[in-house]
Every structure is written in C-alpha cells, then in structure tokens.
Design a binder for this molecule. Structure first.
Ligand code: PMP
Length: 297
C-alpha cells in the first residue's frame, strides 16, 4: 500500500491527507494519459533526508510539461522546497517521491487549460541494488520518436511499458528489453540499459529513449573512473552473451543482469566494471566517498 490514513501529500496549494484528496473523473489526464510526472529518490544522508539530483528531476518535470503544453508555473526551487516539506510531514528519509501534474476536466483533444500538482511519497523498503535480473527481448517496440516526445516523462507513454513488462513476467522473466522502431536496443520498461564487453561500456544514444538522470550519473562515474563508454546504436545480438549488463534508473538504481533471452552474461558480476559502477553509484547517492578497490585495470 502506498498510503494509509495518516499519509500527507501536497496537492494544489495545500498539504492534505492522501486518503481525503479528490481528483476529477472528467480530467484529460485520466481519459487520455495526458499528465507528466517524475520519480525521485531521497536517501538518508547525515541524519536527514536528501533527494538525489532533485533539481535535475524537477527541471525535467517542467520541461515535460512544457513540451506537452500543460500549463505549469512552479519553479524548480519551489518544487524542491515543497518536496522536503512533504517528506518532513510524513517523517520519511529513505523514500520514493512521485510528483504528478494532472490536467483539468476537458474531453477535447486540445492543450491543457489548467493543471494540478500532487507530490506523493512513500517509504522505500526495497533495499539496495540487486544483480540477478533475467530479461527478454520484448515483442513490443518503443514508440517512434516522430510520434511522441519520447524524452519527456508522460503518463500515457507508460501503457507501452506496462505491456512490455507484463509480457516479460508472463514468460517467466523479470523485465523486458525494449527495442526502438528500427530494431536497436532502447531501454527497459522503466530504466536505461548498459552492457559491457572487453572493458568497454555501451549504451543507446539519446533520441529514442528517456535519457535518464541515472544514465547521466553513470556517464559521470565512467568519466571520473576513466572507464571507456560509447553511446551508440546496437542490436540485442551484440548484447547477448556479453561480459555484463545492467539497467539503471532512479527506482532500479543499478541492477545487474544475469541473462538476456536465457543467454547468461559471461563474467561474474563482482569481476566487472559494471559492479564497480554500481558501488560508486551507491556512494554517490549516500554522499559517501568512493574508495576504488583493485577492480579497474
Ligand atoms: N527509461 C524509462 C522508460 C523510465 O521510465 C525511466 C525511469 N524514470 C528511465 C529510463 C530512467 O530514468 P531516471 O534515471 O531519470 O530515473
């Protein structure tokens, strides 16, 4: 359960109980998936709660609203402040934060007239990063970039994610690897993807993916640790049987993959650069110094 009778959310100008908040059955968001949202993590840091890259997430939310022509006037600083207040009112430190911008009642296929902001959060109890995901190449493709703003975080886009993720689960896998409309690897239902071969990391370029804030953090880590990384198109055949692979996203953090289409990744997770990156990411979000072990040659 994401909330109980005590949970507080921010909703259009006030802090209210989640159980008592009301939304509109005639909203454009409900009927057409016309809403924008974010997924943010806060971590326990120095005895308090610290959002990881909160500013970057709220900049993206504002941009998503802008490209979708949803009116939205909050500044990033205001949004950050309101989020810390929502966390404080709920007493959360280790949490997942879900802001969503919902549109007013309107059955027409025209741009949003008015919007409402909700900031919801719940305690994070999933623990940190695992390493054993079995994934399959999905029969669903990502929406074509000419048909949609794929780099914006829009609710309706996630119907495609639900189809891909559920197909993988129905076939006994943990997650889906989703290709773009040209047949190149794009991302998973809710995370970006990297694979590693012979000491080099590869990830899909921007264009047909949601360019994640975690993906950008992984690129930063590679730069800091001198790990070679290439942003380029590649097919699932290139990735199958490679040394290692991982998904990365705010909720997923860095999750190691054990196999793709039942073909195992070749190296032990702990012997890979991907593992080093996972450890470095953990240090970054918790604001701890990273001591590089003898992993990078
Ligand atoms: N791709 C998709 C489709 C996602 O839903 C997410 C999660 N927001 C990501 C990638 C990763 O983005 P981020 O690292 O910003 O969470």
């Amino acid at each position: 359960m994401y909330y109980n009778e005590n949970t507080i959310i921010y909703f259009t100008g006030q802090f209210v109980k989640a159980a008592e908040a009301k939304t509109d059955l005639y909203s454009q968001s409900l009927h057409y998936g016309y809403a924008v949202f974010e997924g943010i993590r806060s971590y326990p840091v120095n005895g308090g709660s610290k959002m990881f890259k909160g500013k970057e997430h709220y900049d993206r939310l504002r941009r998503s609203a802008e490209v979708m022509k949803i009116p939205f006037s909050y500044s990033t600083d205001q949004l950050v402040e309101l989020t810390y207040e929502t966390l404080r009112r709920n007493g959360f430190t280790d949490a997942y934060i879900r802001p969503i911008v919902i549109c007013s009642p309107n059955m027409a296929l025209s741009k949003g007239k008015e919007s409402y902001l909700a900031i919801e959060c719940w305690e994070w109890t999933n623990g940190y990063m695992s390493n054993k995901m079995k994934i399959m190449t999905s029969s669903y493709r990502r929406p074509n970039a000419d048909a949609f703003h794929v780099d914006a975080k829009v609710s309706g886009h996630y119907v495609n994610s639900i189809l891909a993720c559920q197909e993988a689960k129905d076939n006994g896998f943990d997650e889906a690897l989703v290709l773009d409309s040209n047949g190149y690897v794009a991302e998973s239902s809710g995370a970006n993807i990297f694979y590693e071969n012979n000491g080099v990391l590869y990830t899909a370029p921007k264009g047909n993916i949601l360019p994640g804030i975690t993906r950008a953090t992984v690129l930063e880590i590679c730069e800091e640790l001198n790990i070679p990384v290439q942003e380029k198109f590649f097919t699932p055949e290139k990735m199958r049987g490679a040394d290692a692979g991982f998904f990365c996203g705010t909720a997923a953090e860095i999750v190691g993959l054990s196999s793709l289409d039942n073909v195992p990744f070749a190296k032990e997770w702990e012997d890979t650069l991907s593992y080093v990156i996972q450890q470095a990411y953990k240090c970054k979000v918790l604001e701890k110094p990273f001591q590089l072990e003898q992993k990078v040659a």
